[in-house]
Structures are given as C-alpha cells and as structure tokens.
Design a protein around this ligand. Structure first.
Ligand SMILES: Nc1nc2c(ncn2[C@@H]2O[C@H](COP(=O)(O)OP(=O)(O)OP(=O)(O)O)[C@@H](O)[C@H]2O)c(=O)[nH]1
Ligand SMILES: [Mg+2]
Length: 306
C-alpha cells in the first residue's frame, strides 16, 4: 500500500468527520463568506484539534480571499490544503544515525502513550535494513514491562537487556549500551517507564538516563523520541512541553493516529512545539509505522471532500 493509502485508511474516522462537517458547512452549492460562515468554519477547524491559533490563521486567510463573495466548497478546501501544507511543512527528517555505530535512541512519554509498541516498530524497521538491534528494558517500574519488551524482542529477533525489578533504570540503559558495543550491534533502543510530566522526580530520572547514555557513547542519544498519543490532542502537546524541559526531544512519534477522529493534532504539534513529527503509528502491529510525510498526510485528510 502507498503511504497515501495507509494514511487514508488509518485516518478513516477523521476523514469521515471532516467530510460530514464540510458538507454541512456547504449545504447549498456556494455560500456567502460572512462572519457567520467564518465562525462555523473556525469551529470546524478547532474540532480537528488543529488548535485555535491555526484555526484562526486559516479563517483569516479565507476572510481575506473570499469575504463578501460566494465561495465554492472546492475553493475553500483547496485553500485549507495549501494552508495546512504550509503550516505542517518540515524537511524530510529521517532518523539521525551515528556516524560510527552504535546509534542510540531513547524513548519517552506519558503512561500508555505507546512507547513499547513503537520500539517494536522501530526495531522491525532497523532489522529489515539488516541492522542488529539491542533493546534496553529500562522500564523497571511497571511489573511486566520488561516481559512485554522481551516478547517483542523474541518475535522480531532483537537482543534485550533487562534489569531486576525496581533496579535503577539508568544502570539498565548503561548495560544495554555496553551489550550493544560488545556484540557490535548497530542500534540500541532504550525503553523508559511511562511518567506524568508533573512527576518531578521521575522527570529527573529521565534526565539521568539521558546523561548516562551520553557518557557511555559520546554525542548520544542520537535521537530522543517523545511518543505522543494522537487521541489526547491538546493535552498531549502540553505534556510534551514539560518533557522537553528535562530532555531535549529530537523527534515526535505520534501513535494511535488510527484511533483518532481528529487529524489536526499534527498541525498543532508543529505550530506549538516545532519538533519534527518523524513517524506516525497507525495500528498495534510492528508493521504499523510510517514515516511522516506532511504533504501526503494533508492530501489524505482532505481526500473526497470536494
Ligand atoms: N491502535 C493503536 N494502538 C496502539 C498504537 N501504539 C500503541 N498502541 C496500543 O496502546 C496500548 C499501550 O501501548 P504500550 O506500547 O504498552 O504503551 P507504553 O507507552 O509502553 O505504556 P507504559 O509502558 O505502560 O507507559 C497497547 O494496547 C498498544 O497495543 C497505535 O499506533 N495504534
Ligand atoms: Mg511501556
């Protein structure tokens, strides 16, 4: 399946809602662009989770171009697409690989955001490129977290380094890198326990893991991926802001995009965080990861709306 088709099928809920809303907005074949229309348009955009700032920007543009005139659905949708593409644009941002192996990747995020599943997806991607992967189970906090990762490691053919329950996550991270170096593996991906952005001690622990990785392999971690659950909308963005105060996040992976009825969250992330969305999660299996392509994403979101 092409990226476009994958986005489209994963976004089917969001596309359906947007289609209905746009059709409702244009009950007649064309509508006068007056303040009432613009208010409705604003509300519709906010509903996509694009955020009020983005919705305001798009509405201003429509006002500027169409005010007092009759606007056709295809003109307005065309302008949405152009504007969304502009707002979402990011240069292709593939994974930053180390010049000399190993590449070290740290994963963080709030509880249940999809960290461990995303690690499985990334591991699968690397393994398909013939790279050898070591997973560090530095979530020593939640019972069964390491086992969950071990099941994936076994299934995908990755190595895993685990610690004792409640042992220091930073030492597990350290051991995972050591194992990666000793075995000459290419990539080390470190899982961390879910934490709330309000739990200061746990956020400091994240900082410590980050520091230990950098000590063991200079200039690492090469990527710190923050996993945001797409269904949490604006709340997810607020959490992200606090995470970045403790560790510099180099990329966002937006999980569970298949479960959301709102596709606009990607635009809000770009606008408010300015951290590239590198991948999106489109399902629960290890294959359900796509590189984020903003152009194709917007096309999929507005497909069939004209
Ligand atoms: N539909 C869908 N479900 C997902 C996706 N990513 C993860 N999940 C599901 O979300 C749930 C939580 O995923 P985990 O990977 O365990 O999340 P986590 O962040 O590691 O959770 P904690 O370690 O408890 O903080 C699981 O049921 C996953 O199958 C996705 O892209 N789409
Ligand atoms: Mg987990």
């Amino acid at each position: 399946m092409s990226i476009f088709s994958r986005f489209k099928s994963a976004l089917s809920k969001a596309v359906k809602v947007l289609n209905t809303d746009i059709r409702d907005l244009f009950k007649t074949s064309g509508r006068i662009v007056d303040e009432e229309f613009l208010d409705e348009l604003f509300a519709m955009l906010v509903k996509t989770d694009a955020g009020v700032a983005v919705a305001g920007e798009v509405v201003d543009e429509i006002r500027k171009q169409f005010r007092g005139r009759v606007a056709k659905q295809e003109d307005v949708v065309g302008l949405f697409k152009t504007k969304f593409k502009q707002l979402m644009f990011q240069s292709a941002a593939p994974i930053n690989l180390a010049a000399d192996k190993p590449t070290v990747i740290m994963i963080c995020g709030v509880n249940g955001s999809g960290k461990t599943t995303t690690i499985a997806k990334l591991a699968k991607l690397f393994i398909s490129q013939k790279k050898r992967v070591v997973l560090g189970a530095a979530d020593t906090f939640r019972a069964a977290a390491a086992e969950q990762l071990a099941v994936w490691a076994e299934r995908l053919g990755a190595e895993i380094v685990m610690g004792k329950p409640e042992s220091d996550p930073a030492s597990v991270a350290h051991n995972a890198i050591s194992k990666t170096i000793e075995t000459g593996a290419d990539v080390c991906i470190v899982d961390t326990a879910g934490r709330l952005h309000t739990q200061k001690n746990l956020m400091m622990e994240l900082e410590k893991i980050h520091r230990i990785l950098g000590k063991r392999v200079p200039d690492s971690p090469h990527e710190v991926f923050l996993i945001i659950d797409a269904t949490t909308g604006q709340n997810g963005i607020n959490q992200a802001n606090i995470f970045t105060e403790y560790v510099k996040c180099t990329g966002i992976i937006l999980s569970k995009l298949d479960g959301t009825a709102k596709g606009g969250v990607t635009i809000a992330i770009k606008k408010q965080l300015n951290i590239p969305v590198k991948f999106v999660g489109l399902g629960e299996s290890a294959d359900d990861l796509e590189v984020f392509d903003s152009e194709k994403f917007v096309d999929a979101m507005f497909d069939e709306t004209v």
